[in-house]
Write a protein that binds this ligand. Structure first.
Ligand code: ASP
Ligand code: MG
Length: 422
């Protein structure tokens, strides 16, 4: 880069050498979904390397691969041995690591794949759901210093006792963030099949817009609410360690979305995005005895069985002596929850209802804190669409409502418009 400063007396020319930065480039399943796509991704990597950057590449398995492997295991047994399941599932990332390193070599670039146990990436916790706790940097750093590109499989780990582990579905995002943290890279770029984070689901809401900058908190709310751009726990880890993330498309050159600390976010908009999910169920207990401890008695067995309760509403029943308790949980847990409640000897109630044809609509925005009337505006605009609210929950930067599933898209469209996101 040449900078020329010219005034009446002097002509000064600086030559500034671009400083060498260390980057993580992570490619998701669709970005490495075919040999053509792997070759395409390898060219993006080469370009970054040619700029003088040190590059750590993290790859997912080719799109569909992990699902196929799960299906294979299930056709043997639905309770397939978890140790063996991890050996099986992590093989997808081994394949892409080798293909990517080979594609880079083919472009004349020095590159090498490293398996979980070769680095090693140490994890703790149970098979299929382990956590990365340590990554050795010395050998990989030496290789980066020598001008090589390290290609690292996402999703994989190895336990202290030497067993192959995996860190949960979608876990290659978590690997990318862990690598960024431990190697202290200057950036962490997540390449995917969309060109960033949108104000709503662009497949269903054609007027959804790409968001240039978003805070970790907003992103967490959006991803845990069903905007499937990045794994939530990876975003959480990035937030805790203040690692800036850049989500961008493998297939366009357009600017993506930066996920950052919110002090650099524009608060002029109250709402950043509208998310929805269709995997909730609502359970209502009518005529519950109203005395201290009942709520705890209702929810204790659910919690003991790893059933997460999302929203809770309690009203005084008509006679004033009893209460009605409504709560929402994941749809997949509904049968189990009902049987736990029916088996619960500690609680008395008159009736129990379950409705799993519901969806959850949420508006998310860090700007909500500073904008009065957002709640009212949301409820008013849904009522204009004649949409009934079955449950409501709010937090500092999010308002969620449960509605009838069939109104999902019309509710999202309406809110998207109401909050000037179209
Ligand atoms: N291949 C793994 C999965 O499909 C990890 C990932 O793609 O992030 O869940
Ligand atoms: Mg993924």
């Amino acid at each position: 880069l040449n900078i020329i400063i010219c005034n009446n007396f002097n002509l000064i020319i600086f030559k500034i050498k671009p400083s060498m930065t260390k980057k993580v480039l992570k490619f998701g399943g669709t970005s490495v979904g075919s040999i053509q796509r792997i070759i395409h991704a390898s060219k993006i990597i080469k370009k970054e390397h040619d700029k003088g950057n040190k590059i750590l590449v993290v790859v997912s398995a080719m799109a569909g691969t992990t699902n196929n492997l799960v299906a294979h295991s299930e056709s043997i047994s639905k309770k397939f041995n978890k140790r063996e399941l991890d050996v099986l599932l992590t093989s997808g990332e081994q394949v892409t690591s080798a293909l990517m390193a080979g594609a880079l070599n083919q472009l004349g670039v020095k590159a090498k794949s490293w398996m979980n146990w070769q680095i090693p990436i140490i994890t703790e916790g149970e098979n299929t759901n382990a956590r990365i706790i340590q990554i050795s940097t010395e050998n990989v750093n030496k290789y980066l210093d020598s001008g090589g590109i390290a290609v690292i499989p996402g999703f994989q780990g190895i336990s202290k006792s030497g067993d192959i582990t995996s860190i949960g579905r979608g876990g290659s995002d978590a690997t990318a963030v862990a690598i960024a943290k431990i190697f202290q890279t200057d950036s962490c770029e997540i390449y995917t099949d969309v060109d960033g984070v949108y104000s709503s689901d662009p497949n269903k809401i054609p007027l959804a817009k790409k968001i240039d900058k978003i805070s970790y908190e907003e992103m967490l709310e959006l991803s845990s609410l069903g905007a499937k751009v990045m794994q939530s726990s990876a975003v959480q880890n990035a937030m805790m360690n203040n690692i800036p993330i850049h989500v961008k498309s493998t297939f366009t050159e357009r600017k993506g979305t930066e996920i950052n600390n919110n002090d650099i976010i524009d608060y002029s908009k109250a709402v950043t995005g509208v998310a929805y999910s269709k995997d909730d169920a609502k359970i209502t207990l009518l005529g519950v005895e109203d005395k201290p401890g009942v709520a705890a008695d209702i929810f204790e067995p659910l919690s003991n069985n790893q059933i997460n309760v999302d929203m809770v509403i309690q009203n005084i029943s008509t006679d004033g002596k009893k209460t009605d308790v409504t709560f929402t949980i994941k749809r997949q847990d509904s049968k189990n929850a009902i049987s736990l409640i029916k088996a619960n000897k500690k609680i008395k109630y008159e009736n129990i209802y379950m409705n799993d044809k519901v969806s959850k609509i949420s508006i998310v925005g860090a700007g909500m804190v500073a904008t009065p009337g957002v709640t009212y505006k949301m409820f008013r605009s849904l009522s204009e669409e004649k949409i009934n609210l079955l449950a409501i929950s709010t937090s500092e930067i999010k308002i969620s409502v449960i509605i009838d599933e069939k109104s999902t898209i019309s509710a999202v469209k309406k809110l998207h418009k109401t909050f000037n996101l179209d």
